[in-house]
Design a protein around this ligand. Structure first.
Ligand SMILES: [Ca+2]
Ligand SMILES: [Ca+2]
Length: 358
């Protein structure tokens, strides 16, 4: 049966045709549209790879305890000549990726805010170093590719490309490939490799090494067995925490009324100026809620309120009864008696009238 993956074969003249099951394509049903089977966890994105699929997601790291280790499944045969990934952090000195099989090793780190790639491989005792010229720890997503200039050669110069040619560098000397990662070499992602450095606080996308991904998901997370032969396996037991935001959320200014945005990689928070509250500082705090105007109506302002007083009252809170006897008209020794918004005269002797004039 020339039809793969359960396809049904029909003879036609001197040829054949296959009726392919859904999710397969090609003349002999040899191409499986793995991602149409929706094999990945809901938070992941399915990516077709050679003879299989991979589940991609961004992971968030919060220090040493979240480091993840990988190892080749022993069946990787392709040459490993490049590494690609995205990250975002505000760390100035941290290891993003590290692997060693003495004397060969590879390190991708942030050192003094610059991205640093170090590689010693092949039979070369030369340690190749490439660094970015721009700082990369601004908390925004950066895309990194490091690759052999001549991936078909045993030894080659390497180059680094950050943010799609925004920042590039090429080494002057040649070293070997990353093929030592095909053997029993632990690959540490976001680990504290040196005692002086803390673990990564930030996000990393799924790392890709020459088309093979370091998935953040275990095989138990994925009901469909990954069919591709060549794989890096996650060997550390602690689950990766996915859910890092794709974008630098604060750059879209989500906080209103001059609130300050704080970015926690998986979420953000607005620190509101005085007088404002709510998730995005969109709520004007009601300073009238305590009914501060004793004899008047309250109007809410920003960090303040204003009282418009009933006739006869004054003061910030309309608490003061205006002395209406000021300049009173009570005549002939009468005594003025203050009232609300007016006064009366208490006449002396036999005087009468509103103002004791008679
Ligand atoms: Ca207010
Ligand atoms: Ca009065």
């Amino acid at each position: 049966n020339p039809c793969h993956n359960g396809g049904v074969c029909y003879s036609i003249w001197d040829d054949f045709t296959c009726t392919c099951p859904p999710n397969t394509a090609g003349k002999a049903c040899e191409e499986v549209k793995w991602c149409e089977l929706e094999p990945c966890p809901p938070e992941a994105q399915c990516q077709l790879v050679h003879q299989g699929f991979e589940c991609l997601a961004n992971a968030v790291f919060s220090g040493r305890s979240s480091a993840i280790f990988y190892r080749s499944n022993g069946k990787i045969s392709r040459d490993l000549t490049n590494i690609m990934f995205g990250f975002r952090t505000r760390d100035t000195d941290v290891i993003l990726l590290y692997a060693e099989k003495e004397p060969e090793f590879v390190t991708i780190s942030i050192h003094n805010s610059k991205l640093l790639f170090q590689l010693q491989s092949g039979n070369s005792f030369y340690k190749l170093t490439l660094a970015s010229s721009l700082p990369v720890n601004d908390g925004k997503w950066h895309r990194v590719m490091v690759s052999m200039v001549e991936p078909l050669s045993q030894f080659s110069r390497w180059y680094i490309d950050i943010d799609n040619k925004k920042d590039t560098a090429t080494s002057t000397t040649a070293v070997g490939s990353l093929n030592f990662l095909r053997e029993e070499t632990d690959i540490y992602v976001a680990d504290k490799a040196f005692d002086s450095l803390d673990g990564l606080r930030g996000c990393m996308s799924t790392i890709e090494i020459s088309g093979i991904y370091l998935s953040y998901f275990e095989s138990t997370d994925i009901p469909t067995k990954k069919p591709q032969e060549e794989q890096f396996l996650k060997i550390s037991a602690n689950p990766a925490l996915t859910g890092c935001l794709q974008v630098d959320i604060c750059s879209s200014y989500p906080c209103m009324n001059e609130g300050v945005c704080e970015d926690f990689y998986t979420s953000y928070r607005c620190i509101c100026p005085e007088g404002w509250t709510g998730t995005h500082c969109e709520v004007n705090i009601d300073e009238c809620s305590s009914d501060p105007c004793i004899h008047g109506n309250c109007t809410d302002r920003i960090t303040s309120y204003e009282c418009s007083c009933e006739p006869g009252y004054t003061g910030v809170n309309c608490e003061e009864d205006i002395d209406n006897c000021r300049g009173h008209q009570c005549a002939n020794g009468a005594t003025c008696v203050d009232g609300i918004n007016g006064y009366s005269c208490l006449c002396a002797g036999n005087f009468t009238g509103r103002f004791c004039r008679y």
